[in-house]
Design a protein around this ligand. Structure first.
Ligand SMILES: O=C(O)c1cc(=O)[nH]c(=O)n1[C@@H]1O[C@H](COP(=O)(O)O)[C@@H](O)[C@H]1O
Length: 245
């Protein structure tokens, strides 16, 4: 069960240099299955950091949240496939054509079922957003309406899964079924602060709701003892997995 818990824990490597990234990967490689490389670290270090993580035996979630015209996103997706990442994401708000094209180009360059094929994920509504955020950009529908709607679009376009708040896992499962992958950031153990996250649950609640992977950054990186924090989170995931089986 400990191994399964580890496979489901994604650590957000939100740091600004290669040396810090390497330090975290070495510190957490036996606690964490996947390391998430986002905009800050990738902008600073590029693909070297992906190669470093893979060299240390870790898997990579390339979190660049592509959102552009269909061809541009699809070609970026092909490069993500070539990098050998375990998963990468686009914004579902980029629309069905953008997602379909990304899936088609990935199918051509890295066939489904091959060992190198990454999971193609669509971000629904960011976990830092509220109804007020949606209204500010002209979306009058609720978060609880928008998330399953975007998840359904992603599934119809052939994407493997979504990134969403753990609060919406049930809605997504109802809309997209048990096989659709759900990755949830916005996870806060009882000992951690909310930071800029708005729609959160604890790790146990996220797993109990049916999340496949949990993305966790600051609750580990800002803890006085990050290894202890990771252990507490793993124990919580493990116990919730037992309750699920
Ligand atoms: O795609 C993501 O990973 C993502 C989507 C989302 O809706 N919310 C969200 O927080 N994230 C990422 O998940 C990580 C969460 O980090 P912490 O808030 O420090 O646990 C950050 O690196 C975010 O970029």
């Amino acid at each position: 069960m400990r191994n399964e818990a580890k496979e489901r824990l994604i650590f957000a490597l939100d740091v600004d240099c290669f040396e810090d990234a390497e330090k975290w990967v070495k510190l957490l490689h036996d606690k964490v299955g996947v390391f998430k490389v986002g905009k800050q670290l990738f902008t600073r270090c590029g693909s070297d950091v992906v190669r470093m993580i893979r060299g240390e035996g870790g898997e990579v979630f390339l979190d660049l949240k592509y959102h552009d015209i269909p061809n541009t996103v699809a070609m970026a997706g092909v490069e993500a496939c070539r990098l050998g990442v375990r998963m990468f994401n686009v914004h579902a708000l980029g629309g069905p054509e953008m997602m379909r094209e990304t899936v088609a180009k990935a199918d051509a360059s890295c066939p489904r079922g091959s060992a190198e094929r990454p999971l193609l994920l669509a971000v629904t509504i960011l976990t830092s957003s509220t109804e007020e955020t949606l209204r500010a950009v002209g979306i009058d529908r609720s978060v609880r309406e928008m998330v399953p709607r975007l998840a359904r679009l992603a599934k119809e376009a052939g994407m493997d899964g979504v990134v969403a708040s753990p609060q919406e896992v049930g809605l997504i499962r109802d809309a997209c079924g048990p096989e659709f992958v759900i990755v949830t950031p916005g996870v806060r153990p009882a000992f951690a602060s909310l930071d800029d996250q708005k729609r959160v649950t604890t790790p146990a609640e996220a797993i109990a709701a049916g999340a496949d992977y949990l993305v966790i950054g600051r609750p580990i990186s800002a803890a006085a003892d990050p290894v202890e924090a990771a252990d507490l989170i793993l124990a919580e995931i493990e116990e919730a997995l037992r309750g699920r089986s």
